[in-house]
Design a protein around this ligand. Structure first.
Ligand SMILES: [Zn+2]
Ligand SMILES: [Zn+2]
Length: 346
């Protein structure tokens, strides 16, 4: 099978590998599509992957072989040809982190349960992912809508961590694919929330407005936009999908007393934050990190997608065969696209 493996030095290499065979409880999927994600780009540019690693984790596949006894989360029996979406990270559900609601901090959470990874013609799904989180996609849900299950679960975890209320005001910094996905998840899950999209690119601001943002502004106007929509005090929650200390400072200034900034982006390892701590202490603001999404988030997103309330397929701007993954990476880095989907040859 064809895979795109990390070749070191920020580059990918196409190679052929033997197709894996599923053991008990596992699934072998024929890839239908795999989304190229900001995390993949980050790992490439930071060389944060071992050579030979196959990245890619936003997959929709078709069951080609179900291992003996493979069952889904509700006891589903997988049939050949079932379309399945499955996340690569699944918590154990039993350890002290899981029991305290920090499932994404579970010691086994970061294990990659997709072998070798999503940028591969065939993907083996480990038993914990198959039985804990695999979703048989309903026939009326497109691959393009279903492929957002994993990233949208990450988004809703951050939304929940922000304690944003239904009548609140949210500002989203960055209207790239993750920023716009925040907008669509908020629209689907909390339709009463007013949303400001913040991006320097006019075309992206226009798209944010078409996708339902109440306001779309240049980064220099975030504070005034938050004051305008909130009637003065500022945003209840600011979601930073860009990252970095300068943006954090701007996000804090746009947040009302008692409000929350959610960090939803990698920062460069040398990046340090500098701001007046009284901004938090005296004004009860919070800065919270959010990492990935767990079963609770995944099942909430499954319901939103299945009901048609969340359809992020307008964010798909290109599809390319796996053999042209270099082009997909280049296009993503050039900010010419939102979500790019890769598909196997033929
Ligand atoms: Zn992702
Ligand atoms: Zn655990």
């Amino acid at each position: 099978m064809l895979v795109a493996a990390y070749a070191g030095g920020g580059r990918l290499r196409l190679e052929r590998r033997p197709r894996p065979f599923p053991g008990p409880g596992e699934l072998l999927l024929r890839l239908r599509v795999c989304g190229l994600c900001g995390t993949d780009l980050f790992k490439l540019s930071a060389s944060a992957a071992a050579e030979g690693t196959v990245l890619g984790h936003e997959i929709v596949g078709e069951v080609s072989i179900a291992g003996s006894g493979a069952r889904g989360p509700a006891g589903e029996i997988f049939q050949e040809g079932d379309r399945v979406v499955v996340p690569h990270h699944v918590a154990c559900g039993e350890c002290s982190f899981c029991r305290r609601g920090s499932e994404t901090m579970c010691p086994v959470f970061q294990e990659n349960l997709l072998e070798p990874g999503g940028f591969s013609e065939h993907v083996l799904v480990r038993a914990r992912a198959a039985c804990g989180a695999a979703w048989i996609v309903p026939p009326d849900v497109s691959d393009d809508a279903a492929v957002f299950l994993e990233p949208a679960a990450c988004v809703i975890r951050g939304v929940w961590r922000s304690d944003l209320r239904e009548e609140g005001v949210a500002a989203i910094i960055g209207a790239g694919s993750m920023g716009l996905l925040h907008l669509l998840v908020l629209r689907a899950a909390s339709p009463g929330v007013k949303v400001i999209a913040v991006d320097p690119i006019a075309e992206r601001r226009g798209l944010a407005l078409r996708l339902g943002a109440d306001l779309a502004v240049d980064p220099g106007e975030i504070g005034s936009a938050a004051a305008e929509l909130s009637g003065g005090p500022g945003a209840d929650a600011v979601f930073d999908t860009v990252g970095g200390s300068r943006i954090l400072a701007a996000a804090l200034r746009a947040t009302r007393p008692g409000g929350t900034v959610v960090l939803f982006a990698h920062a460069a390892p040398e990046e340090r934050a500098g701001f007046d701590l009284n901004f938090l202490f005296k004004a009860e603001r919070r800065v919270v990190g959010t990492y990935s999404g767990a079963r609770r988030e995944q099942s909430a997103i499954r319901e939103l997608i299945a009901s048609g309330r969340l359809d992020a397929s307008p964010l798909v701007t290109a599809r390319l065969p796996l053999s042209r993954i270099d082009e997909a990476v280049e296009r993503s880095r050039a900010h010419r696209d939102l979500k790019i989907l890769l598909y196997p040859e033929g």
